[in-house]
Design a protein around this ligand. Structure first.
Ligand SMILES: NC(=O)c1ccc[n+]([C@@H]2O[C@H](COP(=O)([O-])OP(=O)(O)OC[C@H]3O[C@@H](n4cnc5c(N)ncnc54)[C@H](O)[C@@H]3O)[C@@H](O)[C@H]2O)c1
Length: 329
């Protein structure tokens, strides 16, 4: 029996595949490589290149492999891009996601771990965010994730599809072999590391007059290994308890953009020049979540998610892979 990992060649997906393989699980990856890297997967991983919305391909995958569950990462995941290109976000994240769920049901697969997002909350009324807080996204990315969450809940009621939707934000850090490489890169930590290594001359900071102590936005960062671990634990929880859940994955501690940059300066010992730009549309001021429900239910701890560890592991990976997954000529 195998686990289908969609988006398994991407940042969080590849670290989750690494974790699953280390536990002796059988894995099948489906990724269209629009944002992922074949190099992030071992050569012997069963890999299908294509879209999660491709019914025929999904039928082939479920016929050729005995799929027992699915961890669904494949999506577009940039807030700003979703405001400019909402069609792509609803088509890929929602429409293709619905096609995937339909194909899984058809093949008798009734366990799904879904990579949702804290963007489903919009600008939260209270912090830290908890699972029962009102969800009202402020960008198409958040809506595309929330609507797929709704579909999952309806499919559970009607068809017995059991799922765990994991809501998180600001994945960061690296393992020994795998790290973050997006083109273009919009995430703060890899961009700050590029600035520290001299690959870019300065770092753009979006928004310097938010109502926060230093004026920059506050986010809750979580180490990619902790995220991968929580996805695997969620799958095991579904196997044991067969009960759907919505869970937050977070460190519970917020850092401002300037605090993160300061940490990058300290860890790398190099200067990082920050250039304050206007805030981006659709970016909330503060996002910090409470993950106590996930911690209790999954016996999970975000053990690597203190900021210096996140930055140090990302920096070590950056030094070993200065061009990401592109080999140095
Ligand atoms: N990175 C974060 O901070 C963060 C936070 C919250 C939620 N998430 C969610 O986690 C998931 C993974 O994020 P990531 O940072 O690893 O992103 P990523 O872009 O590195 O990975 C996504 C992968 O999905 C693939 N993909 C995209 N569209 C596809 C399609 N139609 N068919 C098949 N494959 C497709 C891409 O090629 C890529 O390999 C996403 O669903 C994202 O919304 C990420």
């Amino acid at each position: 029996m195998a686990i289908l990992v969609t988006g398994g060649a991407g940042y969080i997906g590849s670290v989750t595949v690494e974790n699953l393989l280390s536990r002796g699980e059988n894995v099948v990856v489906l990724d269209n490589l629009s944002r992922g890297h074949r190099e992030a997967l071992g050569a012997n991983v069963i890999f299908y290149q294509g879209n999660v919305g491709d019914r025929e391909l999904l039928e082939r995958i479920t016929t050729e492999n005995e799929i027992e569950s699915c961890i669904h990462f494949a999506a577009l995941a940039y807030v700003g891009e979703s405001i400019e290109k909402p069609r792509e976000y609803f088509e890929i994240n929602l429409e293709q996601g619905i096609t995937l769920l339909g194909s899984l049901l058809k093949a008798g697969v009734r366990r799904v771990v879904f990579s949702s997002s804290c963007a489903t909350y919009g600008d939260p009324e209270h912090l830290p965010i908890i699972e029962t807080a009102r969800q009202w996204p402020i960008n198409p990315y958040g809506w595309s994730k929330l609507l797929l969450e709704r579909a999952l809940a309806s499919y559970d009621e009607a068809y017995g599809l059991k799922f765990i939707a994991l809501r998180y934000f600001n994945a960061a850090g690296a393992t020994e072999a795998l790290g973050e490489h997006h083109e273009p890169e919009t995430h703060l930590i890899p961009n700050a590391l590029r600035a520290a290594s001299g690959q870019t001359s300065k770092l753009e900071v979006f928004g310097g007059s938010y109502p926060t102590p230093d004026g920059t936005a506050i986010r809750d960062y979580i180490h990619v290994s902790d995220l991968a671990d929580a996805h695997v634990r969620s799958l095991n929880h579904l196997r044991r308890h067969n009960q759907s859940e919505f869970l937050y994955l977070a460190s519970g501690r917020g850092y401002s953009v300037l605090e993160v940059i300061e940490c990058v300066r300290e860890v790398t010992g190099r200067p990082v020049y920050a250039h304050i730009r206007p805030p981006r549309r659709g970016d909330p001021c503060r996002l910090v979540a409470d993950s106590s429900k996930a911690q209790k239910l999954l016996s999970w701890q975000p053990c690597h998610s203190d900021l210096p560890t996140i930055v140090r592991t990302a920096w070590d990976w950056h030094l070993r892979h200065p061009n990401g997954y592109v080999a140095v000529p």
